[in-house]
Design a protein around this ligand. Structure first.
Ligand code: PMV
Length: 303
């Protein structure tokens, strides 16, 4: 990945995905892996994305072109034609917030090119216009974490609450290799809600309690408790039909190799899982996940 240029971070959800769409808090963290973008004057506005090798123009019908149009329209000042290049170092459709990272990197690259200073909150806000093109009903957690980074409690329509983490968390991120659509997974959860609202409300309440306790565990530096809470969150997500055989295999392998907890992260139905581990177990946990036949990498969050 090109290291220069404006950064949009990838993110992981430590606990609380899907429930966050219904207004409950989620615990999320930015990761350094993400998207870098830069922009410069040109005769016409284009967005070129590597390694996908696609070039888009505002006004096009593709989702990416519509997202580009949305962020150009949302810019507070008149923009000259710009040539924008983005390098994506995240798997798409994998629960790591790839589309939001791309949106935030593009927004920052545009700001840098025209000398328009923006706060992280303003970038996140404009990133929501980008996200709305891809996801029917985004909670806003992806674009917010892509802009802010760190570890934080995110709640829809509320100010982000950054958390002071005593020691950085070591996570191993395993990728099932099956892309899934966040829009479809969110719609699937909505269908389950309409089928049995009382049961769904109970699940939401349980996830809310897990997130509250996870926040305390994180602030106390209690990795054992945090891991256990992640495992419990995984059970509830599996109950919502969001887990898959590959995700379960990777979570199981990670726990056997000494991870304190493991769960899917993001939309589920494929995509990635995260395992929380002591730093000195990270290589063993990564190797155990890789032995199930899937890619994995180690990420530190909250440093
Ligand atoms: O799969 P991702 O990285 O787009 O994460 C989606 C998180 C959800 O809670 C499932 C949806 C949302 O909008 O918050």
């Amino acid at each position: 990945m090109e290291q220069r240029g404006a950064l949009g971070r990838g993110k992981v959800i430590l606990l609380g995905e899907h429930a966050v769409v219904y207004g409950t808090p989620a615990l999320a963290a930015g990761i350094e892996r993400g998207v870098r973008a830069h922009a410069g004057p040109s005769e016409e506005t284009t967005l070129h994305v590597q390694p996908w090798d696609v070039t888009l123009r505002p006004g096009g019908k593709e989702d990416l072109a519509r997202a580009l149009t949305a962020v150009l329209d949302a810019h507070p000042s008149e923009l000259p034609p710009l040539s924008i290049h983005a390098d994506v170092a995240l798997p798409a459709g994998a629960g790591l917030g790839c589309s939001a990272a791309l949106g935030v990197a593009v927004i920052r690259a545009i700001d840098q090119a025209v000398g328009h200073p923006s706060t992280d909150a303003e970038v996140a806000e404009r990133g929501l216009a980008w996200e709305r093109v891809f996801h029917g009903n985004p909670s806003g957690v992806d674009n917010t974490m892509a802009a802010h980074g760190g570890v934080a409690v995110y709640r829809r329509a509320a100010p982000l609450e950054p958390l002071q983490v005593r020691t950085p968390l070591t996570l191993v991120i395993g990728n099932s290799g099956h892309a899934s659509s966040t829009k479809e997974m969110v719609a699937e959860v909505a269908r389950q809600r309409s089928r049995d609202e009382a049961r769904f409300e109970k699940t939401l309440e349980s996830i809310t309690i897990l997130v509250r306790n996870a926040r305390l565990a994180l602030e106390d530096g209690d990795l054992i408790a945090l891991g256990q809470l992640m495992d419990l969150n995984q059970n509830l997500l599996a109950g919502l039909m969001l887990s898959t055989t590959a995700l379960e295999e990777m979570c199981g392998a990670a726990r056997e190799a000494g991870a304190t907890g493991a769960k899917l992260t993001g939309a589920g139905g494929g995509g990635c899982m995260i395992a929380l581990t002591e730093p000195d177990r990270a290589d063993a946990v990564r190797a155990a996940i890789e032995e199930t036949g899937h890619d994995a990498f180690v990420a530190e969050v909250g440093g």
